[in-house]
Design a protein around this ligand. Structure first.
Ligand code: WT7
Length: 658
């Protein structure tokens, strides 16, 4: 297996990590989940999941919990019918909680909105009526390209309410990334804003949509929320203002139930090739596992807790743990539009203090950034409302875990390190905060109802102390139902590696420690993890070679103290560079070019101009050696290189230019 760059660090950690932090007796006593849940799930898995599905309102009950006869295409809660938006909104109003705050929205410039469940029901109904007035029909796809404003959530829920399949595209992605996603999903509508606030300044957003839809004939309308007041170009007949179309609509809309397997959304994620995959999620099983995990992993108490997940709705974490799971559980949550250091580095802690946030869910890259800014910053705020802390997106190093525990959690809050993926839809491996004695840096164990294993190259499960690949050996309710429009890719990517055993291949390396706790070791494929965002090396390479001056490119993820991995690119220039100045200017141009092609998150940290790339005799680029160079390490084994002098050439060239 290839060695992810962070694997060696994680291995060192787990060999030396002996600390474990059990929950306090007080916490354990009041927790939603106790240890008996593991037993219950192990006794009868399907009965266990059926019980979890009872958390939802079903218009028609299912007749079969799981149909796996057409594996790897699962059907959960077969024959059941429900409306996802009804479950996330209306039923709470029907149950007498219309006045409970659903969303404390905090805009980056400091404007705020308080949205109760009754408000949410009105807003979602109006939005649904507006989408109907635009002629959209059940099954149509809608692209959502928006910053973190309430209308983004209304839009997702309105789609769910009508059986439209949404495809949210992160607002930091480029016009080209948006175009390819609209095209693949054949979306009929794009919902966007005029602009978005980024680090205190309004930045335009609609121009990217204009550029994208110029080449996507399926799009009939673009619905635009006015957020920043930025001037925008307007295409009559196609472009519509939200305030013109939505505001006048009726506040009444009766939701209709859909099949449990009705497509809820498509979310694009990077794989090992240049083309992102449209991960398809459906309704009943997805919502069941989102609601269950949000309840047991975060110990959420409706009407009492104030929850805050800092993700963006452009990622799966925002789908499952801002929109669907929390709202199904009648959460009161904070939604924050902006960046953590606007207008100052204590913004998050100011928000925690202001709303008395009790559950806080974020990513290791942000925790490491907070560490860099200094613990005196959170120390200035009252964080005593916090009682559970979560982490997601990449392995969390023990130092960051301990810092989080001490400086944010006041040494009193359990930390849940949650492993999952866009494909799994919901949390799979995590401590239970009232049960598990969590070890800093370990996701610990599969949740009750989830079955995961670490296997060797041949698919044989390893024992305590053993390492290999993480697989999921039994279907789970929120699993992806395929790759949009590409059945073959679904089978090949996830089900071919361990086809004989019928295991789902997650793409992560993992290890059991001597107590049997699971340690995630990073990706084993060509997928990088930059600030918890998945970016494929091939995607960045394709962007680079699309520039006329680039002849060849190889990209690696190099360990980065803040972002987990940083993107380092090696490029061979067409015609070379005539001077150092030209080379430097070109490197800047190439970094901007990647940002334009994919989005600023994919901008390489470093681009090195090289005369050759290290290749095997069969022509495969040896990324391992490039990673050694990028991380300033002694080179590993070079004997399989086609030409072993290449590395000397690369290194001497770099020494000269630096
Ligand atoms: C990949 C999935 C799950 C939502 C955010 C990312 C890595 C995720 C952890 C964790 C170690 C983690 C894995 C996984 N990952 N959470 N707690 N510990 N690694 O979703 O973009 O689909 O990325 O993120 O490598 O495969 P995603």
């Amino acid at each position: 297996m290839t060695q992810p760059s962070d694997q060696s660090t994680a291995l060192d950690n787990l060999l030396t990590e002996s600390r474990a932090f059990p929950p306090s007796e007080e916490f354990a006593k009041q927790a939603n989940a106790d240890a008996s849940l593991y037993e219950e799930a192990a006794t009868d898995r399907e009965a266990f999941w059926a019980k979890q599905a009872e958390r939802l309102h079903w218009e028609t009950r299912w007749s079969q919990v799981l149909d796996w006869s057409n594996a790897p295409f699962a059907k959960w809660f077969v024959g059941g019918r429900l409306n996802v938006a009804y479950n996330c909104v209306d039923r709470h109003v029907d149950d007498g909680h219309g006045d409970q705050v659903a969303i404390h929205w905090e805009g980056e410039p400091g404007d705020t909105r308080t949205i109760t469940y009754a408000d949410l029901k009105r807003e979602v109904s109006k939005t649904a009526n507006a989408l109907l007035s635009l002629g959209l029909e059940t099954g149509d796809r809608v692209a959502i390209y928006m910053p973190m404003i309430p209308e983004a959530i209304f839009s997702m829920l309105a789609c769910a309410r009508l059986g439209l399949t949404h495809s949210v595209v992160f607002g930091g992605f480029s016009a080209e990334a948006l175009r390819s996603r609209i095209e693949d999903a054949e979306a009929k509508l794009v919902i966007t804003t005029d602009g978005q606030y980024r680090r205190g300044n309004p930045a335009p957003l609609k121009p990217a949509v204009d550029e994208a839809v110029a080449k996507t004939p399926t799009v009939r309308n673009v619905l635009v929320v006015r957020r920043t007041g930025t001037e925008v170009d307007w295409t009559e007949g196609r472009d519509l203002w939200w305030h013109d179309v939505v505001e006048g609509q009726s506040e009444e809309h009766t939701p209709q139930a859909f099949d449990s397997e009705h497509p809820l959304y498509i979310l694009y994620t990077s794989g090992t090739t240049g083309r992102p995959k449209g991960i398809l999620h459906t309704s009943g099983g997805y919502l069941t596992q989102c609601a269950y995990t949000h309840n047991v992993v975060f110990d959420h108490k409706p009407g009492q807790d104030v929850y805050w997940c800092t993700a963006d709705i452009g990622w799966v974490t925002g789908h499952s743990y801002i929109v669907y799971g929390p709202l199904a559980n009648r959460v009161t949550q904070v939604v924050y539009e902006g960046t953590p250091n606007t207008p100052h580095e204590g913004r998050h802690w100011e928000i925690v203090q202001k709303y008395k946030v009790s559950i806080y869910y974020t990513a290791p890259t942000l925790i490491r950034t907070f560490m860099k800014w200094g613990h005196d910053i959170p120390a200035k705020f009252d964080l005593s409302s916090l009682r559970v802390l979560g982490s997601v997106g990449e392995p969390i190093n023990p130092e960051a875990w301990m810092w989080y525990r001490e400086h944010i959690g006041g040494n009193r809050c359990p930390i849940v390190d949650t492993w999952w993926q866009t494909e799994t839809g919901a949390i799979m491996i995590s401590p239970l905060p009232g049960v598990t004695a969590a070890k800093p840096g370990s996701a610990m164990a599969p949740l009750p109802g989830v079955s995961a294993r670490v296997v060797d190259d041949t698919g044989t499960p390893v024992g305590k102390g053993g390492g290999g690949y993480l697989v999921l050996d039994k279907p789970w309710p929120s699993m992806l139902r395929g790759v949009w429009g590409d059945e073959q890719r679904y089978r090949e990517t996830y089900w071919s590696r361990f086809a004989a055993q019928g295991f789902y291949f997650a793409g992560d390396g993992a290890k059991y420690d001597s107590d049997g706790a699971v340690w995630l070791l990073g990706r084993v494929d060509d997928v990088m993890n930059v600030s918890g965002h998945r970016i494929s090396t091939t995607e960045v390479e394709s962007a680079l070679v699309s520039h006329p001056r680039v002849a060849e490119a190889a990209v690696v993820g190099a360990t980065d103290p803040t972002t987990g991995q940083g993107i380092v690119a090696f490029v061979i220039l067409r015609g070379g560079a005539s001077s150092e100045e030209e080379g430097a200017a070109l490197v800047k141009e190439l970094r901007d070019h990647v940002a334009k092609e994919i989005g600023p998150i994919a901008k390489p940290r470093q681009i090195m101009v090289v005369p050759e790339l290290p290749k095997t005799r069969s022509g495969k680029i040896m990324r391992r050696l490039l990673r050694d160079v990028a991380e300033n390490r002694q080179l590993g084994d070079v004997t399989t290189l086609q030409d072993s002098s290449v590395m000397d050439l690369i290194k001497s060239g770099l020494a000269k230019s630096s």
